[in-house]
Write a protein that binds this ligand. Structure first.
Ligand SMILES: [Zn+2]
Length: 667
């Protein structure tokens, strides 16, 4: 047992170190797969020996059981918000007030992260509770969700008891990935990273929260008596040393002029950050001076938050057009009089759905306020009612598809309207754009405009037609020279040899994303095998759910789809998986097609290594002993599985037997 404990300790230490390197220092020392491997080893140990499970085990990063509600908890000291400054004048006043009271001052300037304020409690160096700000007095206990954030240390280097506060946020990349996945499932995207972060942290199912890839920056300590710090900047340095993630763009500045320069610099540079900021926080650096300045009823006198000007402008809503996605979802889009917002010209903005348009009472002809939410997606906030012209028109969604005139339907439980005509032009064109996209068939030079022209000229009616294109089809198109045509034809030719997963993903089958395409292609190998696949067989694959299994089987049964695949085959488009496939590797007669269970502690290799080795030699490694199990390899402390094996009379090997066999085989 002592051995299990020491391995558990070792795994905790390694996993915490890797999380720290990756998520705090942004400097990983091992590939992700190594982290995953160790994490799975730890999960397996904890599954077999629940007594080794602890609340600060790195396995909590994947989330735990769903909760029914969040408990409300009072903050030890209120989480105050800062006073705001909106312009230079406000800042100069703040500076004047500070200097009048304490004389010479040094400021600490920090980026104001656009996320959700959280407080984290550590007891004897262990993370024990995390709260939202709530109303500042009472927050919600979101400990389970916060534990899934890798940048939050579960344990720190010293056994201190204190509370640290900061901002949880969603990095832009996580945000884009999340919205892409949502689009894949026809779900409403999040408007901006802050909403996405808030939504994720208020998930009752921490397993879902874990998938959202949030991060955190810590910026203050509740009780400085546990710290050696004399200044805010010392405190942040100390947080760094303890293993917390703090924002590194902070600067100590001596004058208000320097503060204004810092603000100007970040107003420009904020676009280039990996996360959203909505302002700059200015604090008096010296802690004694902070005490001297004290607090007002609502906020500290020693700090102020400068807010970037709201990126909102007024423009006219000229019209509402419908755009039709590849899955037939019809989205109303605002056509705007072009206007500059946050540095870019905006002429279209999504209105999401009809319900929302009516809720906000937005009418065609209105003056509307536009905002670039999270500085990314333009959004119509509201109409300016006192500017509403008499002839402003209430908008109604059409009952029929503007592209193909097929009747639109509202699928139960969804707000979106959908065109369900499989031959709908707009959907087909969107589908082709998806087919040639990078993660699908990756055909360079075949952009939206070209596809549209080809479709309108009747040169392509389905994705297979792309492979039938000739020079004569392409040359007459706008802005297509000889050279461009040659490059495009080469790219098309090259795409024919793509491995199967690219084709699968490219077909745009509902619920089938990049990762599942990969896994399914590897497992079944060829398109022909896939034609015979059953839902039951698909569901056995980890990560393939009912919806996807059903969608894929239905799709492949369709006669039109079979014809499409044949049309692709005629042009020699590859229909096989070309990546490495574990089951293809020769295997060994001793193990091939055998079902093997590993149990107990192994000393000469990890269980993961043993399992990989067995799979490479053709075995199927499973978790539980049944009548069908051919062999059990039992390490030390093998428990119930070994008993079961004896009960069924299954062959049992020790680790030594196994190693001997490995040596024999490998010579
Ligand atoms: Zn249609």
């Amino acid at each position: 047992m002592a051995d299990i404990q020491s391995r558990v300790n070792e795994l905790h230490q390694l996993l915490n170190q890797y999380s720290y390197e990756y998520y705090v220092q942004d400097n990983p020392s091992v590939p992700d797969s190594e982290y995953d491997k160790l994490l799975h080893e730890l999960i397996e140990i904890e599954t077999n020996h629940p007594e080794y499970q602890t609340v600060d085990s790195p396995t909590v990063r994947v989330g735990g059981a769903a909760q029914s509600t969040f408990e409300k908890v009072n903050h030890d000291t209120p989480m105050l918000s800062l006073g705001n400054a909106f312009n230079e004048e406000d800042l100069r006043k703040f500076d004047q007030r500070v200097r009048e009271q304490i004389g010479k001052v040094e400021y600490m300037c920090e980026l104001k992260i656009d996320g959700l304020a959280v407080s984290l409690k550590y007891e004897n160096g262990r993370f024990v509770q995390g709260l939202t700000r709530g109303d500042g007095i009472t927050g919600e206990d979101i400990t389970e969700n916060l534990r899934t954030i890798h940048a939050i240390p579960l344990k720190i280097n010293e056994p201190r008891t204190f509370e640290v506060r900061g901002e949880a946020y969603m990095p832009r990349k996580s945000f884009f990935d999340l919205n892409e996945a949502k689009a894949q499932n026809d779900e409403q995207p999040f408007a901006n990273p802050r909403n996405a972060a808030a939504g994720s942290l208020r998930q009752l199912d921490s397993k879902l929260a874990a998938k959202r890839k949030l991060s955190v920056f810590l910026y203050s300590v509740n009780d400085f008596t546990q710290f050696n710090a004399n200044t805010q900047s010392d405190a942040l340095d100390e947080l760094d040393e303890l293993g917390f993630k703090t924002n590194q763009e902070r600067e100590r500045l001596q004058t208000i002029e320097e503060v204004l320069e810092y603000i100007e610099k970040w107003t420009e540079a904020r676009e280039g950050l990996q996360y959203d900021i909505d302002g700059i926080v200015i604090k008096v650096n010296d802690l004694e001076q902070q005490d001297e300045l004290g607090y007002t009823q609502k906020s500290p006198r020693w700090a102020i938050a400068y807010k970037f000007p709201a990126e909102e402008v007024i423009t006219n809503l000229l019209d509402i057009e419908l755009s039709i996605g590849r899955t037939g979802v019809v989205t109303p889009t605002a056509i705007l009089e072009p206007v500059k917002v946050a540095g870019t010209t905006v002429s279209r903005a999504s209105l999401h759905n009809e319900d929302l348009i009516h809720e906000k009472d937005i009418r065609i002809g209105d003056s509307v306020i536009i905002k670039k939410a999270g500085d990314i997606i333009p959004e119509v906030i509201k109409s300016v009612l006192d500017r509403r012209p008499q002839n402003a028109e209430v908008y109604h969604m059409p009952t029929h598809c503007p592209s193909c005139d097929h009747e639109l339907v509202r699928i139960e439980g969804e707000v979106a309207l959908r065109c369900i005509n499989p031959k709908c032009q707009a959907q087909l064109v969107e589908g082709m754009i998806h087919f040639v996209s990078r993660q699908a068939m990756n055909i360079d030079g075949l952009g939206t405009k070209i596809i549209q022209q080809l479709y309108e000229n009747h040169k392509i009616k389905d994705v297979a037609d792309i492979f039938y294109l000739t020079k004569d089809d392409l040359l007459p198109l706008e802005r297509m020279g000889e050279k461009k045509v040659d490059n495009l034809l080469n790219a098309i030719e090259k795409a024919k040899s793509n491995s199967l997963e690219h084709l699968l993903f490219g077909l745009g089958i509902r619920h089938l994303g990049v990762k599942a395409s990969q896994v399914i292609a590897e497992k079944y190998g060829t398109m022909d095998t896939l034609f015979d696949v059953t839902e039951d067989s698909l569901i056995e694959i980890y990560d393939v759910g009912h919806k996807l299994a059903q969608s894929l089987v239905t799709y492949l049964e369709n006669e039109d789809i079979r014809a499409l695949i044949n049309k692709l085959k005629e042009k020699n488009v590859n229909m096989t998986y070309k990546g490495i496939k574990i089951s293809d590797l020769a295997g060994h007669p001793e193990f091939s097609n055998k079902t093997i269970v590993l149990t107990g502690k192994l000393y000469q290799m990890t269980r993961n290594e043993a399992s990989k080795w067995l799979e490479l030699h053709g075995a199927k490694v499973t978790n539980s002993v049944t009548k069908k199990t051919d062999l059990v390899i039992a390490g030390e402390d093998a428990g119930s599985k070994l008993m079961k094996a004896e009960q069924f009379g299954t062959e049992v090997w020790t680790e030594d037997d196994f190693v001997k066999k490995q040596n024999e085989i490998e010579g």
